[in-house]
Design a protein. Sequence first.
Length: 276
Amino acid sequence: MSVAKQASLPATAAPAPAGALVDALWRRGLERVVYGLAGLALFIVVWRLAYVYGWAPRGTLPDPLSLPSALFQEIEAGRLWPAAQSSLVHYFWGLGLGTVLGIAFGLAAATIHRFDLLQAYLVRLLRPIPPLAWVVFAIAWFKVSHTGAAFVIAIGVFWLNYFATYSAVRSVDPRYYELAAAFGHNSYFSRAWTVVLPAISPGLLSGVRAGIGQAWMTLIAAELLGVPGMGQEMNAAAGVGAYDAVVVYMLIISVVYTLCDMLFLTFNKWVLQWQP
């Protein structure tokens, strides 16, 4: 090969050494942590200034520096752990029920034409109703109980999973069904197991993750209306002006939700490890 031809060939970049790649990832992670902590620190500074200079109505904004003592007071008074345990009971029941039913109905509606036609107007009628509107019936049917709270939570979670599943199934490439039929998967359940569920798993799991957050929002709102749990303790604390305790419960809710979300992301990565 002539020198001219050699010069005209595009130069191929040498692959980055493994050490350089690890170093770049470490720096990127460190940068994220540093900026994240700086953002939190700035938020606390602004909060402290708002407390000191009275930017909010007096007595309604607690001193951020008082939160550790408020946390220990809630623990010593024996209110924190029972409230957290009560919340988790109806949280997981409602989340599980709403997730399973939402996925099942979404899958059925997207894959069974007549069922889709049968439920279409009913979905349009019920979907706009906020989950909290059902609190009245939850109390009437189940009284103030875990069952009533789980019922309200399940309604909110149901719709997220229903529409996530329905949309994911409708976006499946029809050629997958032809390929499944060629391999002998002709029954409804066989196609659902071998084609639909693997194809929709990314969208389906996104709906489940959204439901995890929706369940917490619905749970606290339901508990503010009297269902035992952290929301009820927040309402009771606000009633006596103990806004530092209110913020303590808000932060605990945030921590528990973050842990749930991290665990689900780990599960999500394990399920979707086949993706490139």
